[in-house]
Design a protein around this ligand. Structure first.
Ligand code: SAH
Length: 280
């Protein structure tokens, strides 16, 4: 089926009017998380926003097939930014949102995962507040939770971890974040979920080991999580450097440090299929 008829077919989906689906008013910006990739993981409010907006300003990490769910005639604007490019561009995006909303459009700012999880959603909202533009936030399933689920890793499990740390592997300038207390983080939580971490992973691994993290701890790297081309790689903290030298990792990727990796052989429902019961 071609894209257009795909779209038309989807117009047959219910319109989500009335409670609990707020009216998308003209001149508003909705900052919406599209989820980690698989279109089915978008929320009903995200779908409602796609069906009600005049213009969608979307990021590189938004799966393009999610954009098929807009009404015909909706403008689509790419605001992609990958790998910590200069932050001036970020300002341009905020200014563009203000410009579109001021022109009376219903502006859907669509981001991968959750807009407030390493997505600069906070910064964009600050600009909207300053400009007096009304906005709504629609949370999404973040890659650091949904991506783990698709690799058979529970984010928490009573037997392995009572806490999780979400960490970014680079700062606004693209460097390894300097204002992270690596020493403290290294041993603070049994599970550390890292976004944007592939580029500096060898350095991060060194910093965590220097901070006292067990060098034998498992590292799971989930690329293209929730998508058909998802791939999962497994190594150990000590071996990260060699592993990276020998393997080409597809991005985007989430890196998970910790023993939740041990659930994967049991719980890998997405790619592993159902196995005989290894728990007994
Ligand atoms: N707001 C997003 C994160 C944006 S930062 C969220 O909540 O998910 C971008 C980083 O997210 C990527 O570098 C990668 O670490 C992670 N990421 C996003 N989508 C992903 C996917 N489908 N698979 C693996 N990692 C993903």
């Amino acid at each position: 089926m071609d894209k257009q008829s795909d779209r038309l077919k989807r117009q047959g989906f219910a319109r989500l009017d009335g409670e609990p689906f707020p009216v998308f008013e003209a001149g508003w910006v909705w900052l919406v998380g599209a989820g980690p990739g698989a279109p089915g993981l978008m929320s009903l409010l995200c779908y409602h926003a796609l069906q009600s907006s005049d213009v969608v300003v979307y990021d590189a990490l938004v799966n393009s097939s999610i954009l098929d769910w807009v009404r015909p005639g909706t403008e689509l604007e790419y605001a992609g930014k990958r790998g910590g490019k200069p932050s001036a561009q970020q300002r341009d995006i905020s200014l563009r949102l203000i410009e579109l909303a001021s022109a009376g459009k219903r502006v859907l700012r669509l981001k991968g995962g959750d807009p407030f999880m390493f997505g600069r959603g906070g910064e964009e909202c600050q600009h909207l507040v300053k400009a007096g533009i009304p906005f709504r936030i629609v949370p999404g399933i973040t890659a650091g939770i949904g991506g783990l689920a698709y690799a058979g890793l529970p984010s928490t499990h009573r037997d392995t971890n009572h806490s999780v740390i979400f960490l970014t592997g680079h700062d606004a300038s693209g460097k390894m974040p300097a204002n992270v207390n690596w020493q403290a983080i290294a041993t603070a939580s049994p599970v550390i979920v890292m976004y944007m971490a592939v580029k500096h992973l060898a350095e991060i691994a060194d910093a965590l080991m220097a901070g006292g993290r067990d060098a034998g701890d498992p590292v799971t790297i989930i690329s293209n999580a929730t998508l058909p081309q998802q791939s999962v790689a497994e190594t150990r903290l000590l071996e990260v450097k060699t592993f990276l030298a020998e393997n080409e990792l597809a991005t985007p990727a989430i890196v998970v440090l910790g023993h939740v990796a041990e659930w994967r052989p049991v719980l890998d429902w997405y790619q592993g299929g159902l196995k005989e019961n290894p728990i007994g």
